[in-house]
Structures are given as structure tokens and as C-alpha cells.
Design a protein around this ligand. Structure first.
Ligand code: AMP
Length: 420
């Protein structure tokens, strides 16, 4: 142990468990890469105003959870708390929306930062894989994204997740609903903070987890009763496309999510084995966001799936991913001359694409063989002075224990053959 520890609310990914994280990121991105989404990477920090405007001044993410700071040069920046605002900012900056080839479909993977109260499944540094489809209003696009997230989770073997679906309306019907909801909420017994929220973002009050609040919300006006014809038709089409694709979902009229920019389709993936931090991913349509950050009208839709919580979901379902051992061959030299010769063979094998490791540090045979077994390798290459004198090395199958001498100058071919 050193003097230092990982900061509160963070943890390190270390082998062998880190391999699961990589595999989860990979599994989530495969369906996206297979569906026309291109990879995008944006900086870990942005102008703080991008998030204030893009995510919303009234959200917890912006008011309480942002790592905001001023640089020595006087720039006001923030570590990114989420991906959508940055990706849209980058797409606009690069004029990706101007080629006439809409929607612009992008996927990303990275670290995000929120100053939250840490608990299992809720960290101050976490990892998301996300996707955004920018510049098209088409229910098939909303459905595509939900289907791809569903496919990703299924490919990992997850079963105990549910998809919650709602529509938040658009700039026609949402204001009418908002006013009706505000009228209703103003008549309730609520604390100062919540009363203030009624005026800034009343929909968020529906999301309040406290029982005393939820009890009073019975009978609150529901957005689905206020949706305009266009929003209703749009939502119905999304639902039909999901059903046709065999993707089950639950209508959740109270689903609002914690970010201000959502319009129409909103969804969340929840996992039933995770306790209070049950949302493994979520997203929705954000038709007004581009204009909110100074861009043209670009109706868009996207999601972000949490890698940390997806790994917890795998654990909750008892799923161990089938991750191939990193090392296929482990070389064990006995003596100085063998070290020199075998190290050369290791380099040759690696250049031929065979995952190979080497017993460093002059270990004795017993210790070296222990390391070989621990590495997960299928084969060991062992050589001592006498082997070298005969121009051979010993090829040992670490599963069967069988050992054969192979010619030194045929190591790559023989190893390949033994590995099948
Ligand atoms: P959000 O951007 O809040 O919609 O979050 C999308 C997903 O990111 C969530 O469903 C979680 O899986 C993950 N996530 C968000 N915040 C955290 C956090 N503090 N710790 C771990 N995962 C998180």
C-alpha cells in the first residue's frame, strides 16, 4: 500500500476483472459499429456553459454534481458529466450535419464525472458507452437505438432487465401540460427546494423518490393525456416498431429522467438485481438541444449505457463472460543461454500473432511453471542447456501435461499446429 488511495467514489479497474469491463464496452459497441455508427472521441472537459445550457440549469447534474473549475488562464471548464452535449457540440463544430447525409450516427466510450454521494453502483468517476443519431426525426431511429441496446445486453447474456418507455411531448404539447402540472403541484405540501423546482422544472418533481412526495402525486395530471396528435402518432410508431422487433417494453408515464433536454421518446433500461441504483442505461430524443447550444434545428436521439452498472448486472445474474486467456504460450528458460534463445523465440511468436509471455527475473523451474499455469496459457516452451545443444525446445501442453521436443527452428509452426 502506498500513502495514497483512489479518491472517494472512484475505484481502479485491475486484472483479471478489468477484462470484463473491456468486454462489456466491446459488446455494447458491436451492434452500433454494425449499424452505421462512427466512433467519436471528445475531450474529458468542456466549457462549463455547454453543460449548463445543454444539460440544464435546473438539473442536479449541473447544480450539485459538476466538477467545475477555473484554469490559470481564466477559462471556466467542467469535467464532462455526460456525453450528449459534448458529442453534439463536436458534430456541429465539425459541420458533420452539413453534408446532407443525415442522420449523423456516432458512438463513444469514455469516463464521466459527477460529484455524487457514492454508494454501490453510484460513483464519482464512471464509464459509459453511448450513441447519438443527429439530425433526423424518424420513429425508426428511436426504435433502432433501443433495439441495439437490447441486442447489446442480450449478447452479454443479460435477461433480468426491463425497458421503460415514455413520451415527453414536444414544444407544442409540453408547455400546456407543464402549466397543468404546475397548477396541481402548487397545491401540495412540499418543501422549499421542491417548490422552487415546480417553477423551474416541474416534470422533475414526478421523479422525486420520497414517499411523502409520491403519495401526494396520486391524481397528478399525466403527460400522456396531453400529448398532441403528432406526438401520439410518433410514439405509437416507436412502440409498434419495438413490438415488431420482439423487444418488450413497459409504458411508464412517470419516466422523466434527470436531464432537461429530452423531448418525445424517453427510455430507461433498468436491472432488477441492482437495488436502488437500478438504471443501467437510458436515453431519448432531444429535438431542441442543438438550438439550446447555438446550433440549427437538429432533431436527434441517443442513449448512454453505464459500463460499471452493466458489470454489476452481470454479477447479479451470475454471468461470467467467456473471455479467452490473454496468453497462449508461456516460455520458461533454464539458464543464461536459454534465456537469450527463448527470448528470441518469444519475439518471433509475438510477431506471428501468437500471444506469448516469458518467465522474467531468472525464476527457477517450479516457480516459472506456476506462473505459466496462472497465466492461463495452453502451452509452455521449456528449454535448458541440453535442449539447446540438441537444437530443440520442450513443448508442454499445460492441460494434458504431455511434453514433446520440437526443433528450435520450427517453433512458430509447431506452436501454431499445437494451438490448432
Ligand atoms: P444518465 O446520463 O444519468 O442518464 O446515465 C446513464 C447511465 O450511466 C446510467 O443508467 C448509469 O448506468 C450510468 N451512470 C450515471 N451516473 C452514474 C454514476 N454516478 N455511477 C455509475 N454509473 C452511472
Amino acid at each position: 500500500m502506498s500513502t495514497f488511495q483512489a479518491p472517494k467514489g472512484t475505484y481502479d479497474l485491475i486484472p483479471p476483472n478489468s477484462a470484463t469491463y473491456l468486454a462489456v464496452r466491446e459488446a455494447i459497441s458491436v451492434p452500433l459499429r454494425n449499424s452505421g455508427y462512427g466512433y467519436i472521441e471528445t475531450p474529458g472537459f468542456e466549457n462549463v456553459e455547454l453543460f449548463a445550457r445543454g444539460v440544464g440549469e435546473s438539473t442536479d447534474i449541473v447544480t450539485k454534481e459538476m466538477y467545475a473549475f477555473e484554469t490559470k488562464g481564466g477559462d471556466k471548464l467542467a469535467l464532462r458529466p455526460e456525453g450528449t452535449a459534448s458529442v453534439l457540440r463536436a458534430a456541429l463544430e465539425a459541420n458533420l450535419h452539413k453534408g446532407g447525409n443525415l442522420p449523423v450516427k456516432l458512438w463513444y466510450s469514455g469516463s464521466y464525472y459527477r460529484y455524487e454521494r457514492p454508494q454501490k453502483g453510484r460513483y464519482r468517476h464512471f464509464s459509459q458507452v453511448g450513441a447519438e443519431a443527429i439530425g433526423a426525426e424518424d420513429p425508426a431511429l428511436d426504435a433502432e437505438l433501443i433495439i441495439l441496446a437490447h441486442q447489446a445486453y442480450r449478447s452479454l447474456g443479460l435477461r433480468d432487465f426491463r425497458i421503460l418507455l415514455n413520451s415527453l411531448g414536444d414544444k407544442e404539447c409540453r408547455p400546456v401540460y407543464r402549466a397543468a402540472l404546475q397548477d396541481f403541484l402548487r397545491g401540495l405540501q412540499l418543501d422549499e427546494d421542491t417548490r422552487r423546482r415546480i417553477e423551474i422544472n416541474p416534470l422533475r418533481v414526478l421523479d422525486d423518490k420520497r414517499e411523502a412526495v409520491q403519495e401526494q402525486l396520486i391524481g397528478a395530471p399525466m403527460l400522456r393525456d396531453y400529448l398532441c396528435e403528432a406526438c401520439k402518432t410518433y410514439h405509437e410508431q416507436v412502440r409498434e416498431l419495438l413490438t415488431a422487433a420482439g423487444v418488450a417494453f413497459e409504458d411508464d408515464p412517470k419516466l422523466v429522467r434527470g436531464l432537461d433536454y429530452y423531448t418525445r421518446t424517453t427510455f430507461e433500461f433498468v436491472h432488477d438485481g441492482l437495488g436502488s441504483q437500478s438504471a443501467v442505461g437510458g436515453g431519448g430524443r432531444y429535438d431542441g438541444l442543438s438550438e439550446m447550444i447555438g446550433g440549427p434545428a437538429l432533431p436527434s436521439v441517443g442513449w448512454a449505457l453505464g459500463v460499471d452498472r452493466t458489470v454489476l448486472a452481470l454479477e447479479a445474474e451470475g454471468i461470467t463472460l467467456d473471455i479467452p486467456a490473454a496468453t497462449a504460450v508461456y516460455a520458461v528458460p533454464l539458464g543464461e543461454e536459454a534465456r537469450r534463445v527463448l527470448f528470441g523465440k518469444v519475439t518471433e511468436l509475438r510477431r506471428a500473432g501468437v500471444a506469448t509471455d516469458f518467465a522474467y527475473g531468472g525464476k527457477g523451474l517450479k516457480n516459472a511453471m506456476k506462473s505459466a499455469n496462472r497465466s492461463g496459457a495452453r502451452l509452455a516452451l521449456v528449454a535448458g542447456e541440453r535442449d539447446l545443444a540438441e537444437g530443440v525446445v520442450q513443448l508442454k501442453d499445460l492441460v494434458s501435461g504431455e511434453q514433446t521436443a520440437i526443433a528450435l527452428d520450427a517453433v512458430v509452426d509447431e506452436v501454431r499446429r499445437a494451438l490448432g
